[in-house]
Design a protein around this ligand. Structure first.
Ligand SMILES: [Mn+2]
Length: 350
């Protein structure tokens, strides 16, 4: 590999290239296939999550491939598929419709027919995105490759988790890192909202046998009640984690409790806003508090040390905040993605 080649060119159009991290391997040669999903139709506050795959990929070229924890896992190949221009175009047009509906609701419009029509159109578009993701993920798994998804907002992995559920016959758990519980039945009239992803996952016919949430610090009463009503959902609220840490408990012991809730096979759904917003200032719905990058990387290592298998992951809500670029967010996102790819390989090779 030519390590002297230019490492970082933010102006490079992602559509012109494939791959990621500057790894010169094809999809066929690579063990990991990443699906970029530039989608943010239902985002409610900050914008730019559909740029996540682009800024993560651009920043990925700066990362040194050798890693202290995962060594030369990259030699197995991490490949990102072509940027789906059609999906991005669909995102842009339906995001406008969704924004129009949100505005009508805010203004307490009485035109219920128009609002129902808009909601229906947006929900159909979101289902199309989910079907597209599902088909992409099925092809990755049928190719006997390891799967990662790069969103996009947090509505994007529904099709991925469905594909994983089929592949593993529901015998896996989801580790959900997020500031938000994402257990709303619907949000702002949208059934496939970023705020509903885990509700949709946990009420699907094909679903994980366990959902373990960490970093959660923004949720409504309905979500809190839903958590209490389900034996297959365990939430480590951020305030609980912080109480333990601030009282002198070690993170390694907290991680043991998190691991105890997880089955042997683990899918990681990582909303970047689960981290302290210092690591993702441009994410769409930032909340103070949260996890440090060290705590998350330590937890990944513990998952691997425990002998568990990571069966796939998504990374979402890395965003530009509506600006042209967001290099820091892209940089952090790329480093998180790199660790996820490395552990995905390592925990599947033993
Ligand atoms: Mn989320």
């Amino acid at each position: 590999m030519d390590r002297n080649a230019p490492k970082f060119d933010a102006t490079t159009a992602i559509s012109a290239e494939f791959g990621i991290f500057g790894i010169p391997m094809t999809e066929e040669e690579s063990l990991v296939t990443l699906i970029p999903v530039p989608w943010e139709v239902t985002t409610s506050y900050g914008h730019g999550a559909s740029e996540g795959p682009r800024i993560v990929r651009n920043a990925s070229e700066q990362i040194d491939l050798f890693d202290f924890e995962t060594g030369k896992a990259y030699e197995n190949g991490f490949f990102m598929r072509e940027f789906p221009q059609q999906l991005k175009a669909m995102n842009d047009s339906f995001k406008e419709k969704a924004q129009k509906l949100i505005l009508m609701r805010t203004n307490q419009s009485t035109d219920t027919t128009a609002m129902e029509q808009l909601a229906e159109e947006v929900n159909v578009a979101c289902q199309k995105m989910t079907d597209w993701v599902y088909n992409q993920c099925k092809s990755v798994l049928n190719n006997k490759k390891l799967l990662g998804l790069v969103g996009g907002d947090h509505s994007t992995p529904l099709g991925a988790i469905k594909a994983i559920a089929e592949e593993h016959n529901n015998d896996f758990g989801v580790l959900h890192i997020d500031a938000h519980a994402d257990l709303r039945k619907a949000y702002q009239g949208f059934t496939q909202s970023h705020a509903s992803i885990m509700y949709n996952v946990m009420t699907a016919e094909k679903r994980p046998k366990k959902l373990v949430q960490i970093g959660i610090r923004d949720f409504c009463e309905e979500e809190f009640d839903f958590i209490q009503s389900r034996k297959d959902i365990k939430t480590f609220f951020d305030i609980e984690l912080k109480r333990r840490l601030l009282s002198g408990e070690a993170w390694v012991d907290v991680c043991k409790d998190i691991l105890n809730e997880l089955p042997q096979k683990v899918y990681i759904s990582f909303d970047i806003d689960g981290l302290d917003p210092a690591f993702c200032p441009n994410t769409g719905t930032p909340v103070p508090g949260g996890l440090s990058i060290d705590q998350v990387f330590f937890l990944f290592n513990e998952i691997s040390q425990s002998g568990r298998q990571i069966v796939g992951f998504d990374l979402n809500e890395v965003s530009t905040g509506g600006e042209a670029e967001a290099e820091w967010d892209g940089n952090v996102g790329a480093r998180v993605l790199y660790k996820l790819c490395g552990w995905l390989v390592k925990t599947n090779q033993r």
